[in-house]
Design a protein. Structure first.
Length: 420
């Protein structure tokens, strides 16, 4: 075992609370949805039972209506804002009231590919995952347009991306209760601004005022956007859920899931900005496409959507981005004036996105790019340690250190390399 594999396992073990893993001490002291899914897969490389417990703890937070929340507050911790009291979920365990990119079905399917055969557990997970996907369809696409809405930038998992700038600019600043802790822990140059936080909290308070009623929020909330990241991840997750249904002989579910795959794959076309020739974010409230290429735009390959022509344009974008960076894959287009190599989701590299991207590029046969991203990810960690995110120009690590999902991705990639 190399030193760094050992180190990665140690980081994950140190971030263990009660059979769930927090993303990073102090900075993120609870269980996060997509963090935990990736952590579970990383843990699966060395402790299969513990990996399933991670997922069990995640599903413990699932709401009766099927939503799996962004954060599960299994226990209190005063060091994070906004905490359980602000969300006031009235659930047990307490949770935030929004979700995150639904990677979990794909993670479970990946575990099956790696040998998971616990029939009862798989059946249980399948039902919970189906319910989660059904929640998305019923609540985040009420008019069946083939577009999954997010109601908060935090639901994209790419909190501070320039993708949300236009929409947030439409919200006027006003005094709201904010008690940030993140900017005490991390250099503020790397974190969202106070104005960003003002808007984030206004969106939360407005949703609260609307009683977290998804249909009301769709029409009356402050933020209703289709994020290509969530849309593409959802399409891929439906495809993986379909494979799981076949594997478990759940024939009665196949038609429904197939309809979802068709509807949401077709919907991706509405994210195509033909003036800009890229998949972009679409502001549903304003009926406006955004003008930026983000790492999420490139996840079309992960969903395996797009015509030959669209793929050709996307390839041009990725080639251009490649030329501008020493390390892949930046979260925002380096030729845009909004690119900031240090700032949260406005330039730096996230290893979990790299993992999705390299899977996507392998999917569509672009093994050159997939291999490059794989090598870059391992190199970044080997040279700089297990940070939350990395500088695409000089490779420096930023944000939280000893970060769980970075360690998890390292373990997954190393295991895949060994088995190649
Ligand atoms: C930040 C990230 C989000 C992640 C969370 C915990 O909020 O933007 O994607 O889930 O941190 O790591």
């Amino acid at each position: 075992m190399t030193d760094n594999i050992e180190k990665a396992r140690k980081i994950i073990k140190n971030n263990n609370i009660d059979n769930y893993t927090i993303p990073c001490k102090k900075l993120y002291p609870f269980q996060w949805n997509w963090d935990s899914a990736f952590s579970a897969l990383g843990i699966y490389t060395y402790d299969k039972d513990r990996a399933l417990l991670e997922l069990d703890m995640l599903f413990k937070g699932q709401w009766k209506n099927g939503m799996i929340p962004q954060i599960i507050f299994h226990r209190d911790d005063p060091g994070y804002f906004p905490g359980p009291d602000i969300w006031d979920s009235k659930t047990n365990p307490k949770t935030s009231c929004i979700t995150q990119p639904p990677v979990v079905a794909s993670i479970v399917w990946k575990m099956v590919l790696l040998g998971l055969r616990k029939k009862e557990k798989m059946e249980e997970y399948f039902k919970k995952l189906f319910k989660y996907h059904q929640w998305f369809v019923n609540n985040r696409d009420p008019y069946k347009q083939g577009l999954i809405s997010i109601y908060h930038p935090w639901e994209s998992g790419r909190d501070n991306s320039p993708d949300w700038d236009n929409t947030l600019n439409n919200i006027a600043l006003k005094p709201v209760f904010i008690d940030r802790k993140d900017d005490i822990l991390i250099d503020e140059k790397m974190r969202p601004t106070n104005n960003d936080y003002n808007k984030y909290m206004q969106i939360v308070y407005k949703c609260k005022e609307l009683d977290w009623d998804n249909l009301l929020i769709y029409d009356k909330g402050l933020f209703n956007v289709c994020d290509p990241g969530v849309q593409f991840i959802f399409v891929r997750a439906c495809k993986d859920l379909y494979k799981l249904a076949i594997f478990l002989k759940k024939d009665e579910y196949l038609n429904t899931i197939e309809n979802w795959i068709d509807r949401y794959s077709d919907g991706c076309d509405k994210l195509w900005n033909s003036e800009f020739n890229s998949y972009t974010t679409y502001d549903i409230k304003e009926n406006k496409l955004c003008y930026g290429v983000s790492c999420a735009s490139l996840l079309y390959a992960y969903a395996d959507v797009g015509s030959i022509e669209q793929r050709k344009y996307m390839k041009e974008h990725s080639n251009r981005i490649l030329r501008h960076c020493n390390y892949l894959f930046p979260s925002w287009d380096p030729s845009s004036n909004k690119f900031d190599k240090k700032k949260y989701w406005r330039g730096p590299i996230w290893c979990i996105i790299n993992y999705l991207l390299l899977n996507g590029f392998n999917n569509i046969g672009d093994t050159y790019l997939a291999d490059k991203i794989r090598e870059n990810t391992i190199k970044l960690i080997d040279r700089n340690g297990f940070f939350e995110y990395y500088d695409p120009i000089n490779g420096k690590g930023y944000g939280g250190n000893n970060f769980t999902w970075t360690a998890a991705i390292y373990l997954i990639l190393k295991e895949e390399t060994l088995n190649q």
